[in-house]
Design a protein around this ligand. Structure first.
Ligand code: GCB
Length: 646
């Protein structure tokens, strides 16, 4: 039986339309997958690299380093891709470098790709931080603004110009943050020669993680036929035991194309078919997508195979693309967050960064982190404070991990970053984020920012515009931002669907006074709920703990203090989760690197795991709690009961 709250607004809208067309981007950004019509060639590995150390960082452009091999214009070093460049050498100047760095690599392109004019060859960069310019054989092919989302460009005609020349790819990346980048920052030049050397400048910003830079995610070439599937959007629903997959396919390269769509289950059986660019697939005896520990078979995925056929008079083109699809619904009431109409206190949420030594995509670390998360009994996280790699979201889809997908809008504190140029860029970033992640069943909510100065007067227009735009892009998911503002002064809160609030009682406020937590946390919840009547997620709470430091009674920075902070918060959550608190996200999953400063001892130590992924005492508290909460649902088969052998 559906609860009365099922009148959740998102559900209703999603039956009416697959996403609106307010997105300003004119092409799709499907994850590159191999198929009978598509090939993928990864360009990961060692690239030639040089940081432009010239005073204005512009020598590379002045001397056109892209025109010849990088090694011909100066010294180069080996640089792994994907990876951040900062910690690769022992050189502090490279670790803290600000400005343009240059990457280059020559690629052997398969002869048949070059020979066949009916094949598109696409160069794709998973992400490079922050601003990138790309050349192929000395010709500029694209540029991209923003650090955590993919960009691509078709280069077939360029490499066909002279098939005897190897394909030389040059990518210049600049990590400078300005008032209008996301995240924002400022460059400060220190001109007092009695204090600073010639040319001294620093990058300032208001976020608490090291500004790792470089090419962070895979670079690859992939092919499609000239007529191809450019984008797919799916929206799912169900009625009794029939699943509904509403789809839209956009095609490029052919005015008339024939499309056939097949939905295949995990056992390879075809469960529904359709024709045409839009339609609804009906799945009898549907297997819904469930979060981890909410069902005995979480993360169930179908595969939607889209087959395109088109002809241009001379040739016929066939393109095949397979998209994983999880069938589930998401809705929000004034006190609940429902997945498939079921309320399981959105507990077990933890927060994490898939980030070890750098920000580069690192498979062993990703798999380790998923194993640790499952060991804890955690079932979700927030992509603080920037979009994570698509490969991570694919893992979430498969393992049933629920995601709040956050854009890089962190540290928006300067009033000048609420201006028109900043907002325009922020809207484009949301377009790019939704375009990339809209089909992941694991993504259940968008977050447009972390702890902006939401009390400033321009914040109301800024967030109203941003949130309305994101809802128009995707009417099927709730939208939030993460606040640390006072409930009475927060200008954006009226527009969010779920209140996400960060607080650090007995840490940044009343340090050392654990006894204030119950009263202050209680007041926090009462105030927010009293004013907005929206469900609340505690989106950060925690305390630094230096592993191995102990003290009883607890003092700050010891493992005992971190434990008691978490436990004191949990006591209040246990009261409030019966009412309107729908989730808890500890800060943080693992320790992480920050800029150097008097508040940080070699990084932020609020992790319940160290950077090397060893548990602190608090990890065991969480494990006990998360499994107990999971067991309380009564929905788990006996073999998942804690303590269990994982
Ligand atoms: C916050 C921020 C997070 C910081 C954390 C802290 O409110 O959102 O990025 O790392 O506090 O530990 O100070």
């Amino acid at each position: 039986m559906d609860p009365p709250e099922r009148l959740g607004m998102f559900r209703v809208v999603c039956l009416l339309a697959v996403f609106d067309a307010v997105c300003l981007l004119d092409t799709g950004m499907l994850f590159p997958r191999e198929s009978s019509s598509r090939e993928v060639k990864e360009l990961n590995g060692l690239w030639d690299f040089r940081a432009d150390q010239s005073p204005n960082r512009n020598q590379g452009f002045d001397r056109a380093w892209y025109k010849s091999r990088l090694a011909e214009t100066g010294p180069v070093i080996d640089m792994p891709v994907p990876a951040s460049y900062n910690d690769i050498t022992q050189d502090p100047a490279l670790r803290d470098f600000i400005g343009w760095v240059w990457y280059e690599r020559e690629v052997v392109v398969p002869a048949r790709w070059v020979a066949d004019g009916g094949t598109r060859v696409v160069l794709r960069v998973g992400s490079a931080h922050y601003y990138s310019v790309v050349w192929v054989n000395g010709v500029k092919v694209t540029e991209h603004d923003g650090g955590h989302l993919p960009f691509e460009v078709e280069i077939g005609s360029l490499i066909r110009k002279d098939p005897t020349v190897p394909c030389r790819i040059t990518i210049a990346v600049n990590n400078t943050l300005t008032l209008e980048t996301l995240p924002p920052g400022t460059i400060q030049h220190m001109d007092d020669r009695t204090k600073y050397p010639e040319g001294f400048f620093v990058q300032n910003f208001n976020f608490d993680f090291f500004n790792y830079a470089g090419i962070h995610r895979p670079v690859l070439l992939y092919t499609t036929p000239k007529a191809y599937v450019d984008d797919i959007t799916v929206v799912t629903d169900f009625l009794d035991n029939t699943g509904l997959v509403k789809y839209n396919v956009s095609v490029q390269g052919a005015a008339n194309a024939t499309l056939s769509v097949t939905l295949i289950d995990k056992d390879g059986r075809c469960v529904a078919t359709s024709n045409g660019p839009a339609g609804v697939l009906k799945v009898v005896d549907v297997k819904l997508w469930w979060p981890y520990l909410m069902h005995e078979n979480p993360g169930y995925l179908y595969s939607m195979e889209v087959r395109l056929t088109a002809a241009d008079g001379k040739s016929t083109f066939e393109d095949v693309y397979s998209l994983p699809v999880g069938i589930r619904t998401v809705s929000v009431t004034s006190t609940q967050f429902l997945i498939n109409n079921n309320f399981g206190y959105n507990r077990l949420i933890t927060d994490r960064k898939f980030c070890g030594k750098s920000k580069g995509l690192d498979w062993p670390l990703i798999v380790k982190d998923f194993n640790l998360m499952k060991w804890l009994g955690a079932n979700s996280f927030r992509t603080s404070h920037y979009p994570y790699a698509e490969e991570i979201l694919q893992m979430c889809d498969r393992h049933g991990i629920v995601v709040i997908d956050e854009c890089p809008g962190v540290g928006i504190k300067d009033i000048r970053s609420f201006g028109k140029a900043s907002l325009t860029h922020h809207l484009v970033v949301m377009d790019e984020l939704v375009r990339r992640d809209k089909n992941h069943p694991s993504v259940v909510m968008w977050s447009v920012a972390n702890e902006p100065a939401a009390e400033m007067p321009p914040a109301e227009f800024y967030f109203k515009t941003l949130i309305q735009h994101t809802k128009a892009l995707d009417p099927t998911r709730p939208v939030t931002y993460i606040t640390a503002s006072n409930y009475a002064r927060d200008k954006g809160a009226p527009y969010v669907d779920v209140i996400c609030v960060n607080s650090y009682f007995s840490w940044y406020h009343d340090p050392g006074h654990l006894e204030v937590i119950p009263i202050q946390l209680n007041t926090q919840f009462e105030n927010w709920y009293g004013k907005y009547q929206k469900p609340i997620i505690q989106s950060e709470y925690g305390a630094d703990a230096v592993p191995g430091l102990h003290s009883d009674p607890p003092v700050m920075f010891t493992e005992e203090y971190q434990k008691v902070v978490l436990q004191s918060y949990h006591n209040v959550f246990d009261q409030k989760r019966k009412q309107y608190v729908i989730g808890e996200l500890i800060w943080n999953f693992a320790d992480f690197m920050t800029v150097q400063g008097i508040l940080r001892v070699v990084g932020n130590k609020k992790g319940v795991f160290t950077r090397q992924r060893q548990p602190k005492a608090a990890a065991f508290i969480l494990r006990e709690r998360y499994w107990r909460l999971a067991n309380e649902t009564g929905r788990l088969p006996p073999w998942t009961k804690y303590p269990c052998s994982l």
